[in-house]
Ligand binder design. Structure first.
Ligand code: NAD
Length: 356
């Protein structure tokens, strides 16, 4: 296959971790006979420095014309005082909007080799954690009408959480399809005992249940989900939820693994194009020191192969290589354990390539 990938290295550790992911993709291309064309795109602080904006129209067009987008991270103290409309993260919102990325997929996997990094007790994580949250990304309270007004001599602020059936159905389909590719178990998270939007959410999900009869489906309230993630995270496979619940629950879930540098993510549209990035930020405290863990970005590249290019075998190969590298005791500083061998960012990328 021949694919064009827009490469958004960004700021801080972004260029270092993306560099390692590209090395891994090049090895996959060589091994499986594919050709990947990379188009470099400035985004975030580096684009502000060069062009005065976090992403130019020309660079946005490169992203739109690519088969997929790979991102490192944006931002850093240098740009913290920029006016709100030209801050680095504005570019991420703009890319999400332009590419119609309405579904955010965040796998949370506790690698058995890193079990001691989890803040949960060994008996709770004993069976491992391997769940995936599908979060609706372009609707709900973050985008609904809002206002702050004077009422009876005091300020009153209102945010609204609108959801339409078609928005719920399309994220529902992504979730059911994703569950089919995993262990065929889906829990839909809502607050249907209180919110109208949740009642519509639940009713719309139930309409899909028959079509995806091979997937074991359940409803769960958001407050109970927050508890169950801590009490028994091993019970979950795929969870689907609206924007704000997903924002909060996916951060809670990612912390169960205790290793932010390991976690990948994907943002998907109704087509095959998606944006793939690690969940962490630009880590300015370790930038340029060859200390960053590139595995979250490498695993994001694996998600790109799986979800945008339908290259399941190639994605498996990357994930297996990461497992083997961990099995052999190689660690970056953030996940270092006694008795293991500490590597820098580049050497960790080299190890993954070597195990492919
Ligand atoms: P951060 O995720 O960058 O860093 C938090 C801590 O985790 C730091 O100690 C850092 O060194 C460590 N860390 C993060 N990634 C790591 C990796 N791959 N390997 C080893 N250690 C790692 O969060 P922050 O410090 O709150 O934010 C720094 C900047 O990143 C800010 O400007 C913020 O706005 C931006 N940010 C960007 C994104 C994004 O691009 N998607 C997301 C979050 C934050």
């Amino acid at each position: 296959m021949e694919k064009t990938i827009a490469v958004l290295r960004g700021d801080g550790i972004g260029p270092e971790i993306v560099g390692e992911a590209l090395k891994v993709l090049n090895k996959v291309a060589e091994k499986f006979g594919h050709t990947f064309h990379y188009k470099d795109v400035d985004i975030g602080g580096c684009s502000i420095d060069k062009y005065g904006v976090p992403i130019t129209d020309e660079n946005m067009a490169v992203c739109k014309n690519a088969d997929s987008v790979l991102l490192g991270a944006v931002g850093g103290p240098k740009w913290d005082s920029c006016p709100a409309n030209i801050r680095p993260e504005k570019a991420l919102l703009a890319v999400r909007k332009e590419l119609g990325l309405f579904a955010n997929l965040r796998p949370t996997k506790l690698f058995p080799q890193l079990a001691s990094a989890s803040p949960l007790k060994p008996e709770v994580v004993g069976n491992g954690i391997d769940l995936l949250i599908v979060r609706e990304l372009t609707g709900g309270i973050y985008f609904g009408p809002r206002k702050t007004e004077e009422v009876d001599g005091e300020k009153v602020a209102t945010d609204t959480m609108p959801y339409s059936e078609h928005e719920i159905e399309r994220i529902g389909r992504v979730a059911f399809e994703t569950a089919r590719k995993r262990n065929k178990k889906l829990a839909s998270v809502d607050k249907a005992n209180v919110l109208d939007t949740s009642r519509l959410w639940r009713a719309t999900m139930h309409k899909l249940v028959e079509e995806y009869a091979d997937v074991e489906y359940s409803d769960i309230l958001v407050d109970n989900t927050a508890m169950q993630l801590i009490k028994n995270p091993g019970q979950f496979d795929v969870l689907v939820t609206e924007n704000m619940f997903g924002d909060i629950l996916s951060d809670e879930a990612s912390m169960l693994t205790g290793s932010i540098g390991m976690m990948p993510s994907a943002s998907l549209s109704s087509g095959t194009c998606g944006m793939y990035e690690p969940i962490h930020g630009s880590a300015p405290d370790i930038a340029g020191q060859d200390k960053a863990n590139p595995l979250g970005t490498i695993l994001s590249a694996a998600m790109m192969l799986r979800y945008s290019f339908s290259m399941a075998q190639e994605a498996d190969a990357i994930e297996n290589a990461v497992q083997q590298v961990l099995n052999e005791g190689y660690r970056t500083g953030d996940i270092m354990q006694p008795g293991c061998t500490q590597l820098g960012c580049v050497a960790m990328g080299d190890q993954v390539v070597a195990h492919l």
